[in-house]
Design a protein around this ligand. Structure first.
Ligand SMILES: [Zn+2]
Length: 387
C-alpha cells in the first residue's frame, strides 16, 4: 500500500514572535517541547536591567536544550515547539498563577526589570509571551491527534546546572515525571541500559509541579508525557548536542515502538506509583527488574556495613586486616575502583571520605590508636596486602 504523504501530515517550520515551530510529521506520534530554549528579550525590555552576561547564564534559559531539541526533531521527523524569549521575562513552564511565573530573584541574581510589576505588565507578558506558546502546543496536539489517530507523546527537553549551591550534581540525565510512570519508566530503563550514565529518577528535582507545561498539556488530559533534563556541561557545544540528540533519538524511537503504542491513557486522577521498569517485554524485562532490585538490596547491605564500621570506632583497621585481610581503606579502594570502572572520577581521599563519613585524616586523629607490639607482629606474620 502506498504511503500517504498528503501535505496535511507535514507540519511546516514557522517562526513567530515568541516561539518557533519545528517541522515534522503530524503522525510521528511525538511532539517535542522546549520551554526554556531561548534567552532573547523583546524590544523595549533591554536586558531586564541585568548585566548582559547574566543573560548567557542558566538563569535566562536552558543552555544547550534548543540545540538538542532541533537535532532530535530532525532525527525523528517529529514536530516541536520552542520558546524564543528568556524565562526571566515569563516562565512558560509554570502555571499562570504560580508565584515563580516571573522571577524577581534567580540563583542569586536580582532581576531589576521584574522588581515592580503591576498587573497590566503581568497581563501583557502573559498575553504576548506566554499564551501564544501554549496555544501553539494545543494546536499541534490537535493536528497530530487528527493525523495519528491518537494524541502524540509529549517530550520536553531541558538542561540543568552541573552544581547547585556548590554541591555537584552527579546525574548525566534525569527523567522528570508526574503521573505517567510508564513512559518515564521506559525511558529510564533505556538510559540505564546505556551503561555509562547516572540517571536521575525525578532528579535533580521533581516533575510533580502542578500547573507546569506538561501538567497543562499532558497530565491534566491523560496524554503520555515526560521531561528529559540533560546536564548542561554535556550539551554546551554542538558536538555534545549532536551526541545527546542521537542518544535520546535512539532511545525514544525504541520506547515509542515498544509498549506505548497500545497503552491506555494515564488519568490525571490515577494513583502515583514509582515507574514500573518496562514489564511489557516479558521475560527479559523481568530479569532486568530483578537485577535492579538485587542491586538495591546489595547496596542496602553495603550501607549497613559502612554504618556499622562508622559506629564501631573501637575496631581498628589493623584488627580487621589481621583477622580478615581487609579494612576500611580496602572498602574505599573497592569503591574507588568501581567508580573508575564506570568512568567516574573519584579520588582515593574522596572514596575514603565516603566510607569514613569524614576526611580520613580526621578519623585517624579521632579514633586511630597506636598499634600495639602484638598487633604489629600479627600484621607482619599475616602480611595482608598493602594499601
Ligand atoms: Zn528548563
Amino acid at each position: 500500500m502506498p504511503h500517504d504523504l498528503s501535505p496535511a501530515r507535514e507540519i511546516a517550520a514557522e517562526e513567530h514572535d515568541s516561539y518557533s515551530i519545528l517541522a515534522g510529521r503530524a503522525d510521528a506520534g511525538l511532539l517535542l517541547l522546549c520551554d526554556h530554549a531561548g534567552n532573547a528579550l523583546p524590544e523595549g525590555y533591554g536586558s531586564l536591567g541585568l548585566p548582559p552576561e547574566q543573560l548567557r547564564r542558566h538563569i535566562a534559559y536552558d543552555i544547550g536544550a534548543a540545540g538538542v531539541t532541533r537535532r532530535l526533531s530532525a532525527a525523528l521527523g517529529a514536530p516541536g515547539v520552542m520558546t524564543r524569549y528568556s524565562r526571566l521575562l515569563i516562565d512558560p513552564n509554570r502555571g499562570a498563577d504560580d508565584p515563580t511565573l516571573i522571577m524577581r530573584l534567580s540563583d542569586g541574581a536580582v532581576i531589576p526589570g521584574n522588581r515592580c510589576l503591576d498587573a497590566a505588565e503581568r497581563d501583557k507578558r502573559l498575553r504576548l509571551y506566554y499564551a501564544p506558546y501554549h496555544a501553539a502546543i494545543d494546536r499541534l496536539i490537535e493536528r497530530c491527534t487528527a493525523a495519528g489517530g491518537k494524541p502524540p507523546v509529549l517530550l520536553s527537553i531541558h538542561s540543568f546546572t552541573e552544581s547547585w549551591r556548590e554541591r555537584p550534581r552527579p546525574w548525566h540525565v534525569g527523567v522528570l515525571w508526574d503521573k505517567d510512570a510508564e513512559l518515564a519508566g521506559a525511558l529510564m530503563e533505556r538510559f540505564w541500559a546505556e551503561g555509562d550514565l547516572i540517571v536521575g529518577d525525578n532528579q535533580p528535582y521533581s516533575g510533580q509541579l502542578h500547573g507546569d507545561c506538561l501538567w497543562q498539556h499532558g497530565t491534566s488530559r491523560g496524554i503520555a508525557n515526560a521531561l528529559i533534563e540533560i546536564r548542561q556541561d554535556l550539551i554546551r557545544d554542538g558536538a555534545g548536542q549532536a551526541a545527546w540528540a542521537e542518544r535520546i533519538g535512539r532511545i525514544v524511537r525504541a520506547v515509542l515502538s515498544d509498549s506505548l503504542r497500545e497503552r491506555a491513557p494515564v488519568l490525571e486522577t490515577g494513583a502515583r506509583a514509582r515507574p514500573i521498569r518496562s514489564t511489557a517485554n516479558g521475560e527479559g524485562a523481568m530479569t532486568k527488574i530483578d537485577k535492579q532490585l538485587v542491586t538495591e538490596l546489595e547496596a542496602a547491605a553495603f550501607r549497613r556495613l559502612v554504618e556499622h564500621l562508622r559506629q564501631r570506632t573501637d575496631v581498628q583497621n589493623i584488627d580487621l586486616m589481621n583477622l580478615a585481610g581487609f579494612c576500611r581503606n580496602c572498602l574505599a579502594n573497592w569503591y574507588q575502583e568501581a567508580a573508575n570502572g564506570r568512568g567516574l572520577e573519584l579520588s582515593k581521599e574522596g572514596a575514603r571520605e565516603i566510607i569514613y563519613g569524614m576526611p580520613y585524616n580526621d578519623w585517624q586523629a579521632r579514633y586511630q590508636k597506636e598499634a600495639s607490639a602484638a598487633q604489629k607482629e600479627a600484621f607482619e606474620k599475616a602480611k595482608p596486602h598493602q594499601h
